[in-house]
Design a binder for this molecule. Structure first.
Ligand SMILES: [Zn+2]
Length: 321
């Protein structure tokens, strides 16, 4: 899952599977990757990401479950890096291990040191929080897939929308300056603070807030893959995804193949839909379909949606009674 920021020149990646649909330009914007676990289909894209980012000056932050830093180190050790030296662009990879509550270990790998591992101190955040910035927060949960597997939720803090008619009435152009205006609003800057629009042109934030910007609740996007269907997992997944605008959730098997799903510690489409319904998400997006249903993906989607809407309708009935 690729989350792009319209003005921020940055993006987030959830899992490093097949990254070929993403262009180098998109990958260069990635500041953080959240890796659920290191089964190949969730981590093999690391190589492409490394290749694209190797000569960029800004760091790449990776978060994964306990033991993750070793996996990153082994990936880096697989390459002959004799062309990297003290003159190279000092591209840094920071690999953080999350144990479901806080960080176990943080390791840094710098290009100028041929990506030798170096342990660095972990930052302290609230329990379950992976990233906390001015505009958004990322929460994580530790789930069970036979091995530890992380699930994630992106929560935008406050959504500031541009009202283009209001902008037109003020005679102001659309442009990168809107980013500064939005970020000032999110940080609660006073009305009289001036926002630079272009060269000498500036405008008090209060005028912009009143006439051209609209505030709304931030978006929440949850991402849940590769989990066994049992109470503890289900409760944690529901708590993480609660009220999300979008839930991206795996639906690899049909319910008729529930035994295979249980053996491989995956969900069926019906189970995925049920979790989405119980989490009261607005929109369900299923993916990660098993290859055995090639050209039958619609059956998986339909099964998940039927369970999702059935759960939603029965809760609405219960509420209205
Ligand atoms: Zn897996």
């Amino acid at each position: 899952m690729f989350v792009d920021f319209r003005f921020g020149r940055r993006a987030l990646l959830f899992d490093l599977g097949d990254l070929t649909p993403l262009s180098p330009r998109q990958l260069l914007r990635v500041t953080h990757c959240f890796v659920s676990h290191t089964h190949m289909d969730h981590f093999a894209g690391f190589d492409r990401l490394l290749r694209v980012c190797l000569h960029r000056p800004t760091p790449l932050h990776l978060v994964g479950p306990t033991g993750f830093a070793d996996h990153v180190e082994h990936k880096l050790k697989a390459y002959t890096l004799n062309l990297l030296d003290a003159q190279s662009v000092d591209f840094a990879i920071v690999a953080t291990e999350f144990n479901g509550s806080g960080f176990d270990r943080v390791c840094e790998f710098r290009a100028r040191e041929a990506f030798r591992r170096r342990d660095i101190p972990a930052v302290r955040l609230s329990p379950g929080v992976l990233v906390d910035e001015g505009e958004f927060r990322i929460d994580g949960a530790l789930l069970d897939h036979g091995i530890p597997c992380l699930a994630f939720a992106f929560q935008e803090k406050l959504r500031v929308n541009v009202w283009s008619e209001g902008l037109r009435r003020l005679g102001l152009p659309v442009g990168p300056w809107l980013r500064a205006a939005k970020s000032a609003v999110r940080q609660g800057a006073p009305d009289e603070s001036r926002i630079t629009i272009d060269g000498d042109l500036s405008m008090p934030l209060g005028i912009l807030r009143q006439h051209a910007l609209r505030l709304a609740r931030g978006q929440k996007i949850a991402y849940v893959v590769d989990i066994a269907y049992h109470d503890q997992n289900i409760e944690k997944a529901i708590a993480l995804a609660q009220g999300a605008d979008h839930l991206f959730i795996e639906a690899p098997f049909l319910e008729m193949d529930v035994d295979i799903a249980a053996q491989t510690r995956h969900l069926t489409a019906r189970q995925a839909g049920e979790i989405a319904g119980r989490a009261s998400v607005a929109r369900l997006v299923t993916f990660h379909f098993s290859a055995r249903y090639r050209n039958r993906e619609d059956e998986l989607r339909a099964e998940a949606e039927a369970a999702f809407y059935a759960g939603r309708n029965s809760r609405e009935r219960a509420r209205s009674n």
